[in-house]
Design a protein around this ligand. Structure first.
Ligand code: AMP
Ligand code: MN
Ligand code: ZN
Length: 688
């Protein structure tokens, strides 16, 4: 933290704020130093790295409803979050003071336990900072423009047009491929129609497959349902053998494929492979349904990166390989990939092995590809490009290398996890389970996203509990409006109007465009263009007299179960006490968004607590019932839990898993028949 010159006392909030940027003691006297760095470039570079650290740490905080609820049953977690919040509030106050914010903004941070106030402070401060930034940028643009006009005048006597709005600039830096290529985009509410027109490796004909149980509702049948149902992993996949490491990238044949001729050549060479690794890169901001931008394939000897924007209409030919049950396709976390392949190219997958599912079956501490790379190859992966704009062309070298590296070692990693799965369960059941789960992923049928009533319900529950009927009505209408507009313009809902802005508008119900502009942190272009529509629906909302029904946002038991299993396997409560997050947070310029997140989370703790215990008890019940059947002899550690309403049942669980205190975990849970019964109570027994 000191390396960028932050004044430590300022950030820890213990004394009067002082000088923020101290001149570097190391810097060469003749060089211009910036915050202790040789140049602004160095500063920005380091700052970016640290921001990645913060985001990474932030992601370790529970971010699903379920994770959060589970976590908040742990006193260590709640305590960590509380201390963290206070520390952050102090820090924010001092920064606000230092930046010369109005007293009101600074005061918001005086009561860290009042999360709404803190949040308000964060938003105020952000708004004020942004205004200053805007002024500075305007000034900069003016100076640049002045300079360029002078140059242009000097050359041709032509005076250039006025400065382009920087939001437009930001929003139009990359050409939208759906527009420049004239793709037909169907954002309507009608169900997705499978794109497939030719069915290689067919057992049942394409026509019959698509007719097959057509009466099953609105989702089209899976064209490879029968073939997937029949699939069993080949015998040669179920034996351990020494993992085959990939050659280093610089000694591996690499092909970038972006013309039809190159595509045919690549397809030809890939036809001889009996196993390939596959990954996709995707863009979702400037489109409603999403766009697959790259497809990476690695064989044992070569890496291919397909430009799926240029080759969109050719990609389906890969079905020859992708649906061939004699060719193994290795994915890592292929859940979305399978859907994207169907949606954009009509590609289906038969014979898939998902190393993400394998990580779960092996109960590894993390399920990410980065973790596998580190575990089996000792490679530390730089994830900076995971969220880059993959539509960029020509693709910068570092992005290309990143994409390539996502599949380069994946076949080797498959070999490793396969061996470990066999080692862990020589009866091969575990390995076969991974194949079965991977098959389930392939059996998914892509469906277009819908504006679910639950979205409204969830946003209400999470952010807008105390809304009046008018505000609720406004929120509902705004969410519908942005969904309509996003479909129409083929933009994401987040691009049209971020959720936070929807809530702000519904809360403040501004009357005029001026008020609307003041109410939002920034006004998205689309809102500017359609401001009368927005004002008109807000007007309707102010006049609304009825009651808005809010559906209850609920997890289905199945969802809760998988999420809980994941949470348990990740041992959520341990890494997320907030301490690591706070310590990394202090390392950088305060990214206010994270504080906001933290505050939201903490403000839920009272509500969350009881619900969480209910969920928690439920989860444990199902978890334990499975474990008790399957796990009697497993070496899971010396800890035991006793189940209160089954006093004779003792089940072993992973030993470092903290459990809820028996005394406080008692909850009454309504049963499906309406009755209440004392719920199971679990506690950790003595270790022996
Ligand atoms: P990957 O499988 O990690 O290569 O990710 C595939 C695509 O998923 C990326 O191109 C992104 O569009 C999206 N994605 C992956 N991770 C993230 C993330 N942390 N945040 C947002 N998008 C992500
Ligand atoms: Mn992927
Ligand atoms: Zn990838």
């Amino acid at each position: 933290m000191d390396s960028i010159g932050w004044n430590t006392t300022l950030l820890t909030g213990t004394s009067q704020p002082g000088v923020m940027f101290s001149p570097s003691s190391h810097a060469d006297e003749t060089s211009i130093s910036f915050c202790g760095y040789p140049s602004t470039t160095h500063f920005v570079k380091d700052l970016k790295l640290k921001l990645v650290g913060v985001v990474d740490a932030g992601q370790k905080l529970p971010h699903s409803e379920m994770d959060y609820l589970v976590c908040s049953t742990f006193p260590e977690y709640v305590e960590g979050i509380t201390t963290g919040s206070i520390q952050l509030a102090n820090m924010m106050k001092n920064l606000a003071w230092y930046w010369g914010m109005p007293a009101q903004t600074c005061r918001h941070f005086d009561t860290p336990q009042n999360k709404t106030a803190v949040l308000q402070g964060v938003f105020d401060a952000t708004k004020q900072l942004k205004e200053r930034m805007d002024l500075t940028l305007d000034e900069l643009a003016r100076l640049k423009e002045e300079h360029m006009s002078t140059q242009a005048e000097k050359i041709s006597g032509i005076v250039r047009s006025p400065v382009v709005n920087r939001y437009q600039l930001r929003a139009t830096t990359v050409q939208r491929p759906q527009v420049s290529n004239g793709w037909k985009v169907d954002n309507s509410r009608s169900p997705f129609v499978p794109k497939i027109t030719v069915k290689p490796n067919a057992v049942r004909s394409l026509e019959d497959s698509l007719r097959w149980h057509r009466q099953d509702g609105t989702t089209a049948p899976h064209p490879y349902q029968v073939e997937l149902d029949m699939f069993v992993p080949e015998a040669k996949r179920l034996v351990a053998s020494p993992p085959l490491p990939a050659k280093p990238s610089d000694q591996t044949h690499f092909v970038y494929v972006d013309t039809p001729d190159e595509f045919r050549a690549a397809l030809n060479s890939l036809m001889s492979a009996s196993e390939i690794a596959v990954d996709l890169e995707h863009h979702s901001y400037r489109t409603y349904l999403g766009i697959t931008c790259l497809l990476q394939i690695s064989s044992r000897t070569a890496d291919y990166v397909f430009d799926t924007i240029a080759l969109r209409d050719h990609m389906s030919e890969l079905n020859v390989i992708f649906t061939n049950s004699a060719v193994l396709k290795v994915f890592h976390g292929g859940n979305m990939d399978i859907q994207w392949l169907q949606r954009d190219f009509g590609i289906y997958v038969v014979n898939m092995f998902d190393t993400g599912q394998a990580s779960r079956a092996l109960q590894l501490p993390k399920f990410s590809l980065a973790f596998l790379m580190q575990q089996y190859l000792g490679k530390i992966v730089d994830k900076t490009h995971q969220t880059s704009d993959w539509r960029l062309r020509p693709l910068p070298d570092d992005m290309l290398n990143y994409a390539r590296s996502d599949t380069h070692d994946l076949l080797f990693l498959h070999d490793c996890v396969r061996n470990d799965l066999i080692k862990k369960d020589p009866s091969l059941q575990l390995l076969k389970t991974v194949y079965a789960q991977s098959k389930e992923i392939c059996l998914q049928r892509y469906e277009k996203q819908t504006l679910d009533v639950n979205d409204f319900a969830f946003i209400m529950w999470k952010f807008a509990k105390n809304f009046s009927e008018q505000q609720k009505y406004a929120l509902k209408k705004i969410l519908e409006w942005r969904d309509d507009v996003a479909r129409d313009l083929d933009e994401s809902i987040g691009y049209v109007l971020p959720t936070k802005a929807c809530i702000d508008l519904a809360e403040e119900l501004p009357r005029t465009s001026d008020d609307l502009v003041k109410c939002l942190e920034f006004v998205p272009l689309v809102v500017k263009q359609k401001i009368h529509q927005v004002l008109s629906l807000l007007k309707d909302a102010r006049a609304f007299q009825g009651v808005v029904p809010v559906p209850v946002s609920e997890f289905t038991p199945a969802q809760a179960d998988t999420e809980a299993q994941d949470a348990i396997q990740r041992k959520v409560p341990q890494p997320v006490t907030g301490a690591e997050f706070v310590s990394r947070f202090l390392d950088v310029v305060p990214p206010v968004v994270q504080v906001a997140q933290l505050s939201w989370s903490s403000s839920e703790s009272n509500v969350g607590q009881n619900t969480a215990r209910n969920y928690y008890a439920d989860i444990w019940e199902s978890y334990l019932s499975v474990q008790s059947k399957e796990n009697e002899e497993k070496e899971t550690g010396p800890a035991f839990v006793a189940v209160a309403d089954k006093p004779n049942l003792h089940v072993s669980v992973p030993k470092d898993l903290p459990l809820v205190d028996a005394g406080t975990a008692k909850t009454k849970k309504p049963q499906s028949d309406g009755a209440e019964r004392e719920h199971a109570v679990y506690s950790r027994c003595s270790e022996d």
